[in-house]
Write a protein that binds this ligand. Sequence first.
Ligand SMILES: *Cc1c(COP(=O)(O)O)cnc(C)c1O
Length: 407
Amino acid sequence: MSKDVVSSRISSQDHINLVDKHSAHNYHPLPIVVARAEGIWVYDVEGKRYLDMLAAYSALNFGHCNPRLVKVAREQLGVVTLASRAFQSDQLGLFCRDLARLCHMDRVLPMNSGAEGVETAIKTARKWGYQKKGVPDGKAKIICCAGNFHGRTTTIISFSDDPSARADYGPFTPGFDLIPYGDLEALRAAIDDNTVAFLVEPIQGEGGIIIPPSGFLTKARELCRSKNVLFIADEIQSGLGRTGKTFTCEHEGVQPDIYILGKALGGGLVAVSAVVSSDEILGVFKPGEHGSTFGGNPLACRIGREVIAMLEAGDIQKSAEELGGYLLVELQKANFKCVREIRGRGLWIGIEIRPEFGPARPYCEKLMVDGVLCKETHVQTIRLAPPLTITRDEIDWALERLRRALG
Ligand SMILES: *Cc1c(COP(=O)(O)O)cnc(C)c1O
């Protein structure tokens, strides 16, 4: 067992009390205090084991403390971790080359958090609009979708329609329009001469695993091409194997103008995000016009490169597709009375509870007591997103508990 003697003298409840007293209350976590984790399993302070069916919102696609990732991180830790972009490092070019190849793109702009990636994509699209498309100064418009989640910065929440994400944070950044998610005609009507980009999640994760109508992404992509509007896919949560392909856009054969990546790109070890695009589009940046102290640091790049190598092997995508399909069918077969709809793609499943059966949270609490960790999103939906390294037996183990909690 762990040598973590000091913290094990403090109980889970003590830790919860500390957080309650000394941390800002910007989250409402389940009362489980993680002290150790390995693969798909996490252990609380008292040593109880839980199956992690949330995987840090898809940041842990390769599982906790993935040995291959930990190994390269350890090696890199003793060599060089930060050079800053004032100098070159011997990891940056290799990472950018590999990530561009994975995305079938030319160039990468590395950042840290997902929100920074989204901010970077917005700046990229606006600069492209002024320099390449000829949009009049200050007029660039970006179209986004109702129900979106792209992060927490002041600009990003300016185009959120979630009241709790926006309340008391104004004034907001102008230049964004919202259309209903998956509505091609609304997109067509919203595009005008000043539109520089359409920013979209190929599946809305925080929104509750909302899958757009079949063909929407393809047609939206074509529409953008014909109107000289950049198609920006936020694949921070949907990408890197989660839905059974490297990118969710691939399910419809769509190659966006810009990918925004994050979460699993850092292997669950470090925060790594990136904007990936073409020579023409990322070529708009000149030295000094954008940057990040930690963006593209050697530690992040080394880990990111190993993540890319694991994705290029393709096993994780295949497994997500097969086991995700199995889990979805098994859940749908159960015909739970309390469930309005179960939807999903790959190992990414939303279970929407009928309002008359109350919110999703008590179901998550019940599952936690039974050893399965997941979390509600938007009050009514339980989101399942286990590490993609999960096995069929472990899915069955979870299914037994899901049947118990929902039945
Ligand atoms: C998580 C997420 C973000 C924000 O990422 P952070 O690392 O939390 O800033 C942006 N877009 C999508 C689709 C996400 O799921």
